[in-house]
Design a protein around this ligand. Structure first.
Ligand SMILES: Cc1cc2nc3c(=O)[nH]c(=O)nc-3n(C[C@H](O)[C@H](O)[C@H](O)COP(=O)(O)OP(=O)(O)OC[C@H]3O[C@@H](n4cnc5c(N)ncnc54)[C@H](O)[C@@H]3O)c2cc1C
Length: 528
């Protein structure tokens, strides 16, 4: 098979026949000589907007491949490399009890999926409810302000990513194609196969919910078992090795091997683990606000037109270093999305963003985050969590229990408007006008203001007076890391920290990849 790069088409004329024709021209053969063609990558080139192109990388089979390769070999024409994920379980250690996976976010779900395919029949426990019941609880919360601390945007089947944009891009290096395996599993379970080659793949909260159910059903078919509304509340350790776990404070389950994939919001679980002296460290994270603009303003900047029929809603990614040396960046940008109340603790308010697959609301939103380190909040593992909690309490009280919002002009001037202006708000969960400056220490406010003004030079209108800010974007990554050794094991034997909550991932794909890595650690040790 031959890989051909830099096949450039107009976005309006990018059907497979056109791609095949351009590929054959590049190879100096007739398109009839190409017997199969598969797109491997697709990216967008908007440097000459409004004329926008796709750039494809394709894999083709054709007659006389060796001859064609010899004639054309260059950076753009090469033998298709083997990019298949490959792992064989070699574990020999026998365990009496089946592996327990805690948490059904992407980390826990993918670890369980791989374990079940490898013949391990894991027991999966989840503090929240099954996805359909969870959706009802979240909608009740958004409408009626009744928070269920175990069934919300952070907790429940599918984890924090279930109510998300379902963006799948990650910056993690992937020499063993674990990320590719993650995408293949998503596709096997109902995702659009285009995610296998798109530059910035996304699924959407609406589609993700069904995919999560399909993954669950595959695990059950392979012999796995799920228990919902089942919270890990304690662990019993004997000779520095896990012996059993306690759930819901009232049931003990024997345990030899545990995947701990509880996400960045399981603060009670972190406290419990600390009380058991598991090795854990404070780590840097980021904190800030979410900003909303009209989607057409972003489209105009990225595509040169307010609407693009083929490309849909545009995204952006911006970074800035302030005069005092702080990093500020946009994160989890949701084109055509909603800003959502994603709180999980009483009287504390956190927000995030999500989109449907169609990304069709009138606003773009994105987190605007300032990086902070243990120097800002303290070196003890609970210090970062306590810092988040203080800000979330301020956000709750300023918004009188609802999402505190402020127009950008008011944020700069410390004033409070009583109505939105040219940007119509798009929220899930109600809001109240407030002075968001009061949520943060001054270095965060100053960094955000300096960065928003600088971003206005990159995207015209980003710093518009009417742009809507909401607070507080506090659950961007975990404030702690649970240490694990080269075999993936924590300082307590048999416990395998996994995913974002343990500090090994940041986002859906990297959490799922870490789930697969933890499966590999376990399958290298334990016999199925
Ligand atoms: C609204 C929103 C939008 C997002 N959008 C995106 C996006 O578009 N793209 C992206 O890459 N990332 C996004 N993220 C981040 C992404 O969801 C997380 O990075 C990812 O879910 C982390 O996966 P995880 O499996 O490590 O943890 P989580 O997904 O947090 O899963 C942890 C699970 O463990 C369960 N749990 C916790 N404690 C216990 C316990 N003691 N006992 C039993 N169960 C427990 C929880 O209920 C939860 O289901 C978004 C997050 C939110 C909140």
């Amino acid at each position: 098979m031959i890989r051909v790069r830099q096949i450039i088409t107009d976005v309006y004329k990018s059907d497979i026949e056109t791609i095949k024709l351009l590929t054959s021209k590049k190879l100096g053969i007739s398109s009839k000589d190409i017997t199969s063609i598969k797109i491997n990558k697709q990216s967008i080139d908007a440097r000459r907007k409004p004329d926008i192109n796709y750039i494809f990388e394709v894999d083709v089979t054709c007659n006389s491949e060796e001859f064609i390769l010899r004639k054309n070999r260059s950076n753009d024409v090469l033998l298709t490399p083997n990019e298949k994920y490959d792992f064989k379980p070699t574990g020999k250690e026998k365990i009496e009890n089946r592996i327990i996976v805690v948490g059904t976010g992407p980390a826990g779900l993918f670890a369980a999926y791989m374990l079940s395919k490898g013949g391990y029949k894991p027991l999966i426990i989840e503090r929240g409810k099954m996805v359909d019941e969870r959706v009802k609880d979240v909608e009740t919360f958004w409408k009626e302000k009744v928070l269920n601390p175990n069934s919300n945007v952070q907790f429940g089947e599918g984890g924090a990513g279930t109510f998300s944009d379902g963006k799948l891009n990650t910056m993690v290096k992937d020499p063993r194609f674990i990320g590719k395996k993650v995408f293949e599993i998503f596709v096997e379970n109902g995702a659009d196969p285009k995610i296998l080659y798109m530059n910035k793949p996304h699924i959407g909260t609406d589609k993700l919910r069904d995919i999560v159910k399909n993954i669950r059903n595959t695990i059950i078919k392979n012999g796995g078992e799920f228990r919902y509304s089942t919270c890990l509340t304690n662990i019993n350790v004997s000779n520095n090795k896990i012996d059993s776990i306690e759930v819901n404070n009232n049931e003990v389950i024997k345990c030899d091997a545990l995947v701990l994939a509880t996400g960045h919001s399981a603060r009670d679980t972190v406290e419990m683990l600390l009380s058991k002296n598991i090795d854990m460290k404070a780590k840097p994270f980021a904190i800030g606000v979410r900003i909303q603009h009209p989607q057409k303003l972003i489209n105009k900047s990225q595509y040169g037109a307010e609407k693009h029929n083929i490309l849909g809603a545009a995204d952006y990614k911006l970074t800035y270093q302030t005069s005092s040396g702080r990093g500020v960046y946009t994160f989890c940008m949701c084109p055509g999305g909603f800003v959502v109340n994603s709180s999980s603790e009483e009287k504390r308010l956190a927000i995030n963003g999500m989109s449907n697959n169609a990304r069709d609301t009138e606003n773009a939103n994105s987190a605007l985050l300032v990086t902070i380190t243990p120097k800002d909040f303290g070196e003890n593992p609970m210090d970062g969590i306590n810092f988040q909690r203080v800000l979330e309490e301020k956000a709750y009280s300023l918004g009188k229990g609802l999402i505190p919002v402020q127009l950008y002009k008011d944020y700069k001037e410390g004033t409070i408007s009583t109505s939105f202006k040219s940007v119509n708000p798009v929220f899930k969960g109600n809001n109240n006008f407030a002075n968001i400056n009061e949520v943060f220490p001054s270095y965060i406010n100053e960094s955000l203001k300096e960065a928003i003004d600088a971003f206005g030079k990159k995207i015209k209108g980003f710093d518009n007076e009417d742009s809507i800010l909401a607070a507080v974007e506090s659950r961007t990554s975990s404030p702690v890391r649970i240490e694990r050794n080269e075999e993936g094991v924590s300082s307590i034997d048999g416990i395998y920290p996994c995913g974002e909550g343990a500090g090994y991932a940041g986002g859906i794909t990297s959490a799922a990849m870490d789930g697969i890595k933890v499966f590999e650690y376990m399958a290298t040790r334990y016999k199925s």
